[in-house]
Design a protein around this ligand. Structure first.
Ligand SMILES: CCCCCCCCCCCCC[C@H](O)CC(=O)SCCNC(=O)CCNC(=O)[C@H](O)C(C)(C)COP(=O)(O)OP(=O)(O)OC[C@H]1O[C@@H](n2cnc3c(N)ncnc32)[C@H](O)[C@@H]1OP(=O)(O)O
Length: 715
């Protein structure tokens, strides 16, 4: 609702009340209309102030109303009524003014912001554009280049930057509503002619075409197939070239296209999924709301390689005390220098001082005796990790949580090295660990709910989106990647090239195709995992393992020392080791031809559809197996992992959302088709849960959990 009160005799105060973010629901919009009408009708009222309850101005349109039948007054006329008012209206911005919230403020005659407030038009991140006249008012207020930047990136700006850009008129460190009331009284009675943004001409640009061309090129490059950033540029162009009313028409037209697109649905699903994963549950019944985390004040990181350094930076930046341990003195010194550099660069960007003092460095593991939680981040080698866990058990005080940063090793096996396996959980960080948003928190069969709750909470503290998953080979992300990569390799055997497979996957929206990604992460990583799994043993049939099809292509490249970017060659060639520019490699093409001849394989023409379906549907099929086994609690967990950790295109929601969009029947049919053609590839065999979902009429994704529950209860 919106509450109307009178303060200081002559000020009408409208307070938006719709927790948690005062979103502009139908009731709130109606409340604003009624309150403005009332204030304008009261002769004693000289001016109005609009604010939000609980220190939050407004988080924008109510996203939960999208896709439902529209009720209540639309936003544009509400904001026009405010702008047209004959009494000054001042927005008192505390906390947030985002999306429709900022558009509401732009409809007001003046804007006063608290110094800690954040403002922005993040609609593009939801597959939309600021369609309550934001795309038309903002360029008129701050100019085209600045508006293009804010609208196409959706970035939030601080109050200080908003003041500098001219979005707000005043910033206060004190009570914002009081400041706004005082300000409103000071301007009451003055002409408002120069305060109505919709009447401003858009500031002229001599190089308008060049500016828009450059903006379009920039968003097309970054968008990876997303349509909203492009529509945002088009809407701002309308503001720069058309009268306001016509610009509004264009804004509406563009919004209608976006609003009904699958991309907006996918991005909004992703928004809610990233919040839903915080409400985790375990098959044991333990849940986020019944498991209390222990506060972590001091943590230790063991092993200061690339991952350990990133984790140390993340913890220190969040204000924790960190003991950073590296047993090799030389490595320790190098790590200290690298970590300090990372902290200094990060602090410079944020305009704060670097938290160098939060970290103490040591080459002795015994220095971790008084910490609350340890994150072991040594080399991905089970024997080494076991040794470290045994040492930690001896030196840590009772109750210390022991976490391992691993991308796939058995958490339970590690936990068995300690007398308190309930305190052990996996924390799978993604490189670079201080930048990437995703954290897989992996619970073993003996991890306590409190250990999981503590790791999830710590993830939140250091700014991660944490997803709790069960223990299995590769956890969720890498386990699903395995059939995807296998299919990519099989396609090479059958006639494709790495360039073609990558091109198809990149056109789908991945930042990098399967082969460019493997070259970046290092082919030796998978080789080591396959060796540890006993797959790379001489004397076995070249293309079969345990009765299933196997491609040794990756192993053969590694045997030649082709580990990817770091060695200057892999699936592609590079100018020099470490170079990032992948070039097609004639050597690789002849190698593939020879390989096919040696194994009696005849290259055939492979089309886009086959590449996409075999790579993606095998990955999705593994996702259904993961759900069936209870390793992930719901499809949202998998989708968040893929969007945040594996560069799955955001505007496609995630693999499980994509399966829902394609249609489960279609996914099932195509998997059956490919499995018939490749009966020796188990990952193409549709899993039981997928069949069950199709048999249940392919319910929409938000109802899959009901079917999953039934499957679990039958086990
Ligand atoms: C034929 C068809 C024609 C179609 C024509 C269509 C015409 C439609 C016209 C519509 C015009 C609308 C124009 C407007 O420009 C559109 C918008 O405003 S879109 C919304 C823009 N706002 C945002 O993107 C902000 C999103 N929120 C956030 O970024 C963050 O939540 C926050 C505000 C920064 C707060 O962060 P935190 O403190 O960390 O808290 P959480 O993120 O965990 O959020 C708490 C809780 O609130 C829920 N929530 C947040 N924002 C909204 C929202 N805008 N609407 C609904 N709910 C919201 C969030 O989901 C959390 O709840 P939970 O999911 O955990 O239950």
């Amino acid at each position: 609702m919106a509450q109307y009160t009178r303060i200081s005799g002559s000020v009408g105060l409208i307070t938006l009340k719709n927790p948690p973010v005062n979103a502009l629901s139908a009731v709130v919009r109606q409340g604003i209309v009624d309150s403005v009408e009332r204030a304008l009708g009261e002769p004693e009222v000289k001016c109005l102030v609009i604010c939000g309850q609980s220190g939050k101005f407004c988080g924008g349109a109510d996203i939960r109303e999208f896709g439902k039948k529209m009720t209540g007054p639309p936003l544009i006329p509400v904001f026009h009524a405010i702008e047209a008012a004959a009494k000054p209206v001042v927005a008192a911005i505390e906390g947030i003014a985002l999306g429709g919230g900022l558009e509401l403020a732009l409809g007001c005659h003046y804007r006063i912001a608290h110094s800690k407030a954040k403002l922005g038009l993040p609609e593009v991140t939801l597959g939309l554009l600021p369609a309550a006249a934001g795309s038309q008012r903002l360029p008129r207020l701050i100019g085209v280049p600045a508006a293009l930047d804010l609208i196409t990136t959706g970035r939030h700006v601080t109050a200080a930057e908003a003041l500098q850009l001219g979005i707000v008129d005043q910033v206060t460190d004190h009570n914002t509503v009081d400041a706004a009331v005082k300000f409103a009284l000071s301007v009451a009675g003055q002409s408002l002619d120069a305060r109505r943004i919709s009447t401003f001409p858009c500031p002229r640009l001599s190089n308008l075409d060049a500016v828009f061309e450059a903006a379009m090129q920039k968003v097309r490059q970054a968008a990876r197939g997303a349509i909203a950033p492009i529509a945002c540029v088009q809407a701002v162009r309308a503001a720069a070239t058309l009268p306001y009313a016509q610009g509004l028409e264009r804004e509406k037209e563009l919004m209608a296209t976006l609003f009904t697109s699958g991309q907006a649905r996918a991005l909004q699903y992703s928004f809610f999924a990233q919040r839903a994963v915080g409400r985790w549950s375990m098959p044991s019944g333990a849940r986020w709301d019944t498991s209390k985390p222990k506060p972590i004040r001091k943590a230790a990181v063991i092993g200061l390689g690339t991952m350990g350094r990133g984790i140390t930076v993340g913890l220190a930046q969040a204000g924790l005390s960190v003991v950073a341990v590296e047993t090799q003195e030389k490595q320790l010194m190098e790590a200290k220098q690298a970590v300090s550099g990372m902290l200094e660069r990060g602090a410079k960007k944020r305009g704060v001082s670097p938290p160098l003092g939060n970290i103490s460095y040591s080459s002795n593991i015994k220095t971790v005796g008084d910490v609350d939680l340890v994150i072991e981040a040594v080399f991905e080698d089970m024997a080494l990790k076991k040794e470290v866990f045994q040492q930690l058990s001896a030196v840590c005080r009772p109750g210390t949580f022991l976490c391992t940063n691993t991308s796939g090793l058995d958490i339970d096996d590690l936990a068995s090295q300690t007398p308190n396996p309930e305190l052990v959980v996996g924390m799978h960080f993604f490189a670079p660990a201080h930048v990437m948003k995703l954290l897989e928190v992996v619970y073993g069969p003996r991890s306590s709910p409190q250990a999981v709750a503590t790791a999830m909470q710590l993830g939140k503290v250091i700014g991660k989106v944490s997803v709790a998953v069960g223990n299995c080979q590769g956890f969720v992300g890498n386990r699903m990647l395995s059939p995807y990569l296998s299919q990519a390799n099989f396609l090479l055997e059958e006639g494709a090239t790495p360039e073609f497979v990558d091109q198809v996957l990149e056109e789908f929206g991945f930042a990098m195709g399967a082969f460019r990604m493997s070259d970046l992460s290092g082919l030796d990583v998978g080789w080591r995992v396959r060796k540890a799994a006993g797959l790379v043993v001489p004397g076995q049939p070249a293309r079969m393992r345990q009765g299933c099809r196997y491609s040794p292509l990756g192993d053969l490249l590694c045997e030649q020392g082709r580990f990817g970017q770091k060695t200057g060659s892999g699936w592609y060639q590079y100018d020099k080791p470490g170079s990032r520019v992948a070039k097609p490699d004639p050597w690789l093409h002849s190698f593939l031809e020879e390989y096919r001849t040696r194994h009696g394989l005849v290259a055939r023409r492979i089309d886009h559809q086959e590449v996409l379906e075999r790579c993606l549907y095998s990955l999705i099929n593994e996702g259904f197996r993961i759900l069936e086994e209870g390793i992930a609690a719901g499809p949202e967990d998998i989708d968040v992992i893929y969007v945040l950790g594996y560069s799955w295109p955001r505007h496609r929601g995630g693999p499980m959302f994509y399966a829902d969009m394609v249609g489960l029947t279609r996914v099932l049919e195509r998997l059956e088709f490919y499995h018939q053609a490749h009966p020796d590839v188990p990952s193409l065999q549709p899993c039981n849960l997928l069949r069950k979902l199709v048999a249940s009429g392919s319910p929409p994704i938000h109802r899959w959990r009901e079917v999953i529950k039934k499957v679990h209860s039958q086990l």
